[in-house]
Design a protein around this ligand. Structure first.
Ligand SMILES: [Zn+2]
Length: 306
């Protein structure tokens, strides 16, 4: 490890990480440093849901982000850096969803640590782009996320081959469940007329959802929550609400409500509720899994836009 080289190439968090790592030997040399079971670190709540479901109790899963946490804005603190130091494998979403953390994960990959992005296992031609940047919100399409489940099963099998059969078995069950969810979501979407399927939310997190279930999607902020909406953009969206007779717009659980509340006030359109976009609800609650989250969102959307 040579932190001086990294100083030139990476941002503050990667540098902090590199310095913390100086002199440490990678845990790949000593599997299972998390205790008797290997330690697997996960980033977003959606990735955690998949990894927990597929890994079962054969590994210790340590999530970095909890319910309500915006992955675009997430910055690793010392406890998260320490978890990454100790990890036997790391699972993330990829496609730059994990904002500041992406730099740290890239650095770990360069050190030949086991870092797996769900997005790497998805068919490249199904990845949406916005201003030439890949759109990271892939879990919005349950059938696409099912491909991610299959990939995570394979990567867990590669990382911990002694349990490969178990991982593949559970991954196949989750894949099947997600494909069934996909069919239910399609049926639910068809319960409202196509012309009313206009989904206006805080940021562009629903383009995969829109493509899969036939909604025209408008995000007030772009595909990240880092930039704010311009006045011109707010006026354009207010125009869509009036011209299309949109019955409701939606706030998101991991994004501040201000822009949507402003649009609601300016146009008189009601707020249809709070959607889960970039984070699940707490584990054990109905929207605590990706399937549950998508079904809860669809229920709220179809009821408000009917
Ligand atoms: Zn997002």
């Amino acid at each position: 490890m040579k932190p001086t080289i990294l100083l030139c190439r990476c941002g503050f968090w990667a540098v902090a990480f590199a310095l913390l790592f100086a002199g440490c030997s990678p845990p790949g040399d000593a599997p299972g440093v998390g205790g008797a079971r290997p330690l697997v670190v996960t980033t977003t709540t959606m990735v955690t849901d998949l990894v927990r479901g597929i890994a079962g109790d054969t590994v210790t899963v340590k999530p970095l982000m909890g319910p309500g946490v915006d992955p675009h804005q997430f910055r690793p603190g010392q406890p998260e850096i320490q978890a990454l130091q100790k990890a036997d494998a790391v699972f993330c979403n990829g496609l730059h969803l994990e904002g500041k953390l992406s730099e740290v994960l890239k650095l770990m990959e360069k050190q030949a640590r086991k870092v797996y992005a769900v997005a790497a296992g998805l068919p490249p031609d199904l990845i949406l782009k916005s201003d030439n940047e890949p759109d990271p919100h892939v879990w919005g399409d349950a059938a696409l996320w099912a491909e991610g489940a299959k990939y995570i099963g394979e990567m867990l099998a590669a990382a911990f081959p002694e349990k490969a059969g178990e991982f593949r078995g559970r991954a196949a069950a989750i894949e099947k469940e997600l494909r069934e969810t996909h069919q239910r979501l399609k049926t639910a979407a068809e319960s409202i007329p196509a012309e009313r399927r206009v989904l206006i939310t805080s940021h562009d997190a629903f383009r995969y959802f829109g493509r899969a279930y036939g909604f025209e999607v408008v995000g007030v902020q772009g595909i990240t929550t880092v930039s704010e909406a311009s006045l011109a953009e707010m006026a354009r969206i207010a125009g869509i609400i009036r011209d299309r007779g949109v019955k409701a717009i939606f706030v998101e659980s991991s994004v501040p409500r201000a822009t949507i509340e402003r649009l609601s006030k300016d146009t008189g359109v009601k707020i249809g509720g709070e959607l889960f976009s970039d984070a699940l609800s707490a584990p054990g609650t109905p929207a605590g899994t990706v399937s549950g989250m998508l079904e809860a969102n669809m229920k709220m959307i179809t009821e408000a836009l009917k």
